[in-house]
Write a protein that binds this ligand. Structure first.
Ligand code: NZQ
Ligand code: ZN
Length: 390
């Protein structure tokens, strides 16, 4: 196990009707805020009214910035930064999913910064200061409600990049599983793939002696695998929705990666797909992750055997561990397909014409590698895209 420091500053307020507490939580930080949300689902399902009533009850003034798109854009973030400066706003409340939260984090980091906010994403600058961000979560998926990252898309060149800092971790996250009842089956499934991917990016490591976090990873994966089909069949099953929502935060709050090297190649490879084709991040991962697994498993067969046996209950073939490893990969793919996700680029309507371009962007023109388990170069990433085609 490697040395590590772990600190998670997000207060989690979890359970039925917890959104009614939003005003009292915000009041601890500010009297004037930016209320940030997406394309309208929160108005359609009544959450917006509950949130603004609670803000009003606590005498909190709010200025609204709606319209965050899935795969959030830097242009809207720049508008948000302008608004906050103009109205002297010192707190951002994100009501929505990963896209809204990431956009809120970017605004919060951009307000006190003199340069352009994209500098944090291009790697030109580090976040040194940030306004506090609070969250009311509506979809378990990205884990952004208690993560240290934010991912944005720059329309200039359609580049999708992430940035990370402890400073952008939200100060609180209100998580009421009832708010996820209205999610369409496809969004629930995309969320599941993303949660699983966040665990698997940490699980597939070369670091030895990480048994405790291995077991936590396996428990998190099994919880999602068991409960997502129930939530898809019966969207208002509170118990199943609650399991998935809590698993979604644990998957990406840093705990499962403690003491181990992480991978993240699949995420970077997927981000190129989302950037160019604007596909849902979780759907892209359902396509890319199994292809990545097939490309790299030979580098660490025992780890893939452990995954197959412990997560998917595959019986170990002692004479042929490679066969066991491959069955775990197959089970992962079958699961994604069973919850209605695409498992090939073809199913997403994506052909082979831009694979080289995506691999090039992913590796900065073949100047950097991706992944921890295996360090992938541009040529490897092209192969992974090719394996994902059918
Ligand atoms: O915009 P509205 O109308 O609210 O609709 C949203 C959106 O269309 C809808 N939705 C959300 N909650 C709903 C709902 N519809 C009905 N009922 C509800 N309760 O769902 C759609 C998707 O929302 P989005 O926020 O895009 O989903 P998600 O949470 O999956 O976020 C995806 C983004 O997060 C990034 C991804 O790259 C992607 O841009 N990620 C962020 C991470 C982080 N910050 O730590 C890590 C992840 O790996 C990921 O990269
Ligand atoms: Zn993700």
């Amino acid at each position: 196990m490697n040395n590590f420091t772990y600190y998670n500053a997000t207060r989690i307020i979890f359970g039925r009707k917890t959104e009614y507490q939003v005003g009292s939580e915000v009041k601890k930080y500010a009297d004037k805020i930016l209320l940030h949300y997406g394309g309208g689902s929160i108005k359609k399902y009544g959450l917006y009214d509950r949130v603004v009533n609670s803000l009003n009850e606590h005498g909190i003034q709010y200025i609204e910035l709606a319209g965050v798109q899935p795969n959030p854009r830097v242009s809207l973030v720049r508008s948000g930064i302008q608004i906050c400066r103009e109205y002297n706003i010192s707190f951002i409340l994100a009501v929505g999913g990963g896209s809204v939260i990431d956009s809120a984090k970017a605004i919060a980091a951009g307000v006190p910064y003199n340069g352009d906010v994209w500098d944090f994403y291009s790697g030109k600058a580090q976040i040194k200061e940030c306004l506090p961000v609070g969250v009311v979560l509506t979809i378990p998926a990205a884990g952004s409600e208690s993560s240290t990252s934010s991912v944005l898309t720059n329309e200039d060149g359609w580049i999708k990049k992430g940035t990370g800092s402890e400073l952008i971790r939200p100060v609180f996250a209100i998580m009421n599983p009832e708010l996820s009842f209205t999610l369409p089956a496809y969004q629930t499934a995309c969320g599941a793939a993303d949660i699983m991917a966040h665990v698997m990016e940490r699980y597939f490591t070369n670091t030895l002696d990480v048994d405790f976090t291995d077991r936590l990873c396996e428990a998190t994966l099994k919880t999602v695998i068991n409960n997502v089909p129930i939530a898809i069949k019966n969207p208002e099953d509170y118990a199943a929705r609650a399991e998935v929502m809590w698993a979604g935060s644990i998957a990406h709050n840093g705990l499962l990666g403690t003491g181990r090297e992480e991978d993240w190649a699949s995420h970077r490879i997927e981000h190129e797909l989302s950037a160019i084709y604007d596909v849902a991040h979780g759907a892209g991962l359902a396509v890319i992750f199994p292809a990545w697994m097939k490309y790299v498993y030979k580098h660490n067969i025992p780890r893939f055997v452990q995954f197959a046996v412990r997560v998917w209950n595959v019986e170990n073939d002692f004479q042929n561990p490679e066969k066991t490893a491959l069955m775990g990969i197959e089970k992962t793919k079958e699961f994604f397909a069973s919850i209605g996700l695409p498992v090939s680029l073809k199913q997403m309507g994506i052909g082979d014409d831009r694979l080289e371009e995506m691999a090039d962007k992913c590796t900065n023109g073949d100047t950097k590698t991706q992944g921890g388990l295996v360090k992938l170069k541009k040529k490897d990433i092209i192969q992974i895209y090719k394996m994902a085609l059918e």
